[in-house]
Design a protein around this ligand. Sequence first.
Ligand code: XMP
Length: 511
Amino acid sequence: MKNELILILDFGGQYNQLIARRVRECNVYSEVVPFDISIEKIKEKAPKGIIFTGGPASVYGEDSPKCAKEIFNLGIPVLGICYGMQLMTYTLNGNVARANKREYGTIDVKIDNTSSLFQGFDKENKFLMSHTDFVETVPEGFKNIGLTESCPNAAMENAEKKLYGIQFHPEVNNSVNGTQVIKNFLFNICNCSGDWQISSFVDDSIKALKEKIGNKKALCALSGGVDSSVAAVLLSKAIGKNLTCIFVDHGLLRKNEGDEVEEIFTKQFDVNLVRVNAKDRFLNKLAGVVDPERKRKIIGEEFIRVFEEEAKKIGTVDFLVQGTIYPDVIESGLGKSSVIKSHHNVGGLPDYVDFKEIVEPLRDLFKDEVRKTGLELGIPENLVYRQPFPGPGLAIRIIGDITDDKLNILKEADSIFREEIAIAGLHKNINQYFAVLTNLKSVGVMGDERTYDYTIALRAVETTDFMTGIWSKIPYDVLEKVSSRIVNEVNHVNRVVYDITSKPPATIEWE
Ligand code: XMP
């Protein structure tokens, strides 16, 4: 059975992934696609509804992303958000104007709660507005269903054609009951039934993988992280021993992690596991490399090379399995949102790959959905809820060039930090926490001796989507204990600092 689908046309807004998540949270499957997807492709996908995202452009800009008028005549409901609403207006011959002043913030929006979009809402609601252009005149056939003090058309509808526009962002938490607006669109207007569930994803995926791979052989890139572990177990359920997992230990994992991964997959799961100890090889390639993007590319490429070599040893292998997930795909700029960092498992793929095909069974899933999939597959909770760890590993937590000595310093410091966070019982509240070896050396004093040693930075963030996050307010006594243990127990560290920057403007990782 085909899933109900909501297509989200990406006009470059920063909250696009959130829109997709909100839709899925309502048990309706959603996909983010480039704004210039063809009408034929839309028809082929047969979505129950379409959402236009926001975006930084102005409809009057020369290169601004546009859409075909035909999209509004397909009989498919459309919800335009922010820029999406303005584009709908512009395309259907309404008027978009530029305000003198940007309207920004959580603002009172007066709405017409007889509209299906606002069913169950009070007449006044607080939603996040963030715009300069606004709809001055709604297109013919539309009526106004919302306004703010400075925005005359904060919401509009053409109920007959099921076309809706909202100037505010329902997808962000600042919009009180924002998700309900999305729910109303999905269930009142698109008539979705909301039957998409992880268990159906698991069953469908196993079936599809069986069909696709048949009796051929597949290799899985196992890193020990949540994503590749879930991908590996999913594949092993589909094709059993025709799957071989290769665990490339690039030496950039956390303390003892290599051995732990080996133990889990050989003792808890009956998976063909080959562990390749390739630390020297990776460190040689990385010697002297300082640029973060180059580090990522080198590690990504070397990964593939190691796989190619191992694949040759194993015999004919047709498929390479990777644990790429949806945010990787979108953040790597395969959609139209701007590229922040290239993720080694997507953007860094070399041109020449010695496999027939790459299989990415989790490519459409958000992190929380990957975890649910893991639990559904019977993977133990402690592995499923492991904090995320980047593919390039500690290489992007050592600022500047990487050496074996620096790696050892970082592993020890990081292990102390994690240990103390667990002892303090904070591991469930902090979504990602780790140590960074800054390239900074500073003067200290140990006993009566002057020291000139490294500074370790501690990073801890609270986030649900890893796209945005706030720095965690770890109690001072815990920080104090971590700091004193690191300086006392780890050689060549004489200073510890705590990173108090949220994302944005900083990213979670330092590189
Ligand atoms: P940033 O640093 O972009 O990180 O705020 C967001 C999340 O992504 C992880 N991350 C990576 N994961 N390959 C990965 O598989 C990578 O190259 C990579 N870079 C960052 C990061 O740990 C955080 O959870």
